[in-house]
Design a protein around this ligand. Structure first.
Ligand code: KIV
Length: 289
């Protein structure tokens, strides 16, 4: 996919109108982003799931703005022509509109992201969406299973499973659209709730574990390639087995180093002219005898 033209929010609106599904994966580093762009992935989320996936934290809460900026910069280097989204980490936007604008602005100014995403639909979350949008940035809302609210949700559990809960999420989506978001991400809801949310708003609605009615799909890259194995959400489909490939490569390497099969001098070492090699051998032998 050499020289792909980077998509904009206008392209994504058009894709929604034409029923062309948007592809979205998380990415946290240069190499993965490079392969994602090569594959034609249309959006990359530099998610605060970096906390679990890249840093081994038990959840996303400890992730800092500085860590997110570092991941976002690496992703931008790997995927210069892909629409990239910086995910606002816990406590980067909760305190005030000013904080939210400053931190969203860091994603845009320091890491060249195209948009930011923030979780939640409380009164203050809606205010933050409006504030960041008014400052000229593209905002993506995030409802349903929102890990930054896990304590209040009683854990990372599927949401929108009753009529009352589904209606609440539909209302949330409408409020987020009215607040100025350009897209909504819905996470961890039954497909029928996903459809109700999708049908209630006019902006693109993307899903992760929210069924097939969405305008596009997101997955955590490390889940779908079979790399992250601490836990795997029910909605993940595995497209690869990177973990097994790594494990086997590391095991084979260890066995070959120990067994003397690696390296082979004529193959995995720098070569010099034979007479040079002979001269070195003779001189060293004479000097250190
Ligand atoms: O951080 C992330 O990867 C996310 C997705 C799980 C939706 O927010």
């Amino acid at each position: 996919m050499a020289d792909v033209k980077k998509k904009t929010i206008v392209d994504f609106r058009k894709m929604k109108a034409e029923g062309d599904k948007i592809t979205w994966l998380t990415g946290y580093d240069y190499l993965t982003a490079k392969y994602e762009e090569r594959a034609g992935v249309e959006m990359i989320l530099v998610g605060d799931s970096a906390g679990n996936v890249m840093h081994g934290y038990k959840d996303t809460w400890p992730v800092t703005m500085d860590e997110m900026i570092s991941h976002a910069k690496a992703v931008r280097k790997g995927a210069p022509n892909t629409f990239c989204v910086g995910d606002m980490p816990f406590m980067s936007y909760q305190i005030s509109n000013e904080d939210a604008i400053i931190n969203a602005g860091r994603f845009i100014k320091e890491a060249d992201m195209d948009a930011i995403k923030l979780e939640g639909y409380t009164k203050s979350c809606l205010e933050r969406i409006t504030a960041i949008n008014d400052a000229g940035m593209v905002v993506i809302g995030h409802i349903g299973l929102t890990p930054q609210f896990a304590a209040q949700l009683g854990g990372n559990k599927a949401q929108g499973k009753s009529l009352e809960a589904a209606v609440k999420l539909v209302k949330a989506a409408k409020d987020i659209e009215a607040a100025g978001a350009s897209m909504i991400l819905v996470e961890g809801v039954p497909a029928i709730t996903g459809k109700a949310i999708h049908d209630a708003v006019s902006i693109p609605v993307l899903g992760i574990g929210a069924g097939s009615y969405m305008d596009g799909q997101l997955l955590i890259f490390a889940d779908m390639v079979g790399y992250f194995d601490d836990f795997t959400p029910k909605f993940v489909k595995k497209y690869g087995n990177v973990g097994e490939v790594l494990l086997k490569s590391f095991q084979d390497y260890c066995a070959e180093v120990k067994g003397g099969q690696f390296p082979i001098d004529g193959v995995h070492a720098y070569k010099i002219k034979e007479e040079e090699a002979k001269a070195i051998e003779e001189a060293i032998a004479k000097e250190f005898k």
